[in-house]
Ligand binder design. Structure first.
Ligand code: BJW
Ligand code: ZN
Length: 271
């Protein structure tokens, strides 16, 4: 892919030093160096399933046991990961900016909690959190760090296709603890084909409207609506910088492109 995006780090450092409000859009690539596999890469598969097959409302209603096994596995990964140099540099920058009366917001597609763990305060989790459950009957959302979420998931979730699925009966899957509800719980994440929380999207729109610099870090910019956030900011004439191992379908819209692992490039760019 040819691109007119610049990779002049010295010039970019100048732009960062003048920014009053930075919006940072992140994806799976920011957590890759923490050992959380990305979706379209080699780790983007569980048993023989692609995430497009398993992270959907149809998959959950057809086979909630399979989907819960998959998320049991994902929760295990997330619980054992630590923030990396990219998460830490972003948190450090936000802290520094706050002291100077400037600000930063992180709009993340990731369902892990690594930005907050790194110390970022202003984080919008637009695809939800793998550490929360939502009741399909009463809608109750609860933070849940229990591992496993329920006894029947213990020892399940292996990505190895040779290991048979657990096929847990639905009454032994995680159930709502609200009085008299007992509804089936699901992970509180945004599956493919589901709409994002409208209240959160309104907040995101505001941030995109007021930022005077935007960073797009470790996302393939393929999944909507997040894929249009960077281009939307660029269309106002605001500088947008992409940090990725590769170019993406949106690179051509951006002012800067810094190629390489974001654990190395982001700390340099926010030094
Ligand atoms: C590194 C790196 C390193 C690696 N350093 N970089 C408009 C057009 C076409 C389709 C649609 C559209 N609007 C909506 C759609 C449908 C769909 C969609 O976008 N489909 C596309 C595939 C075409 N969108 C939706 O369904 C969304 N809902 C919606 O829009 O509702 C309205 C509606 C409803 C019905 C029909 C139509 C509209 C919801 C999307 C929710 C996505 N959910 C998931 C799962 C969440 C739960 C979970 O995690 O289990 O979210 S899917 C998955 O993709 C996950 C991610 O957050 C998301 C984005 O992926 P991300 O983060 O970009 O990861 P990767 O793996 O794709 O990329 C990693 C990148 O990092 C790569 O570029 C690497 O190079 C890079 N990298 N190591 C720097 N060290
Ligand atoms: Zn309930």
């Amino acid at each position: 892919t040819t691109t007119s995006a610049k990779s002049d780090m010295k010039e970019f450092l100048e732009v960062v030093s003048k920014a009053k409000h930075i919006a940072v859009i992140t994806g799976a690539g920011v957590s890759a160096e923490s050992g959380v596999p990305t979706f379209k890469g080699d780790g983007g598969q569980w048993k023989t399933w692609q995430y497009q097959d398993i992270a959907t409302p149809e998959a959950f209603s057809r086979n909630p046991s399979r989907v819960w096994e998959f998320y049991h596995h994902r929760r295990h990964l997330v619980l054992t990961q630590k923030p990396n140099a990219a998460h830490l540099a972003l948190a450090e920058c936000e802290k520094r900016m706050r002291k100077q009366g400037r600000s930063m917001v992180i709009i993340t597609q990731n369902i892990d909690d690594l930005h907050r763990e790194a110390g970022s305060k202003h984080v919008l989790n637009i695809h939800g959190s793998v550490m929360e459950t939502r009741c399909v009957s009463c809608g109750d959302i609860a933070v849940n760090h229990q591992h496993p979420v329920c006894a029947s998931l213990e020892g399940t979730g292996s990505p190895d296709p040779e290991i048979p699925e657990a096929q847990i009966p639905v009454d032994q899957l995680p159930r709502c603890e609200q009085s008299d509800c007992r509804g089936l719980l699901r992970p509180n994440v945004v599956f493919f084909g589901e709409t994002l929380d409208s209240h959160l999207l309104t907040k995101v729109e505001k941030e995109l409207d007021i930022c005077d610099l935007c960073l797009v870090v470790g996302t393939s910019s393929i999944v909507y609506p997040a894929a249009m956030f960077g281009p939307q900011v660029a269309s106002r004439g605001v500088p947008v910088a992409e940090f990725n191992m590769a170019t993406t379908p949106k690179t051509e819209y951006f002012t800067y492109h810094f190629q390489g692992p974001c654990g190395s490039t982001v700390p340099l760019a926010l030094a």
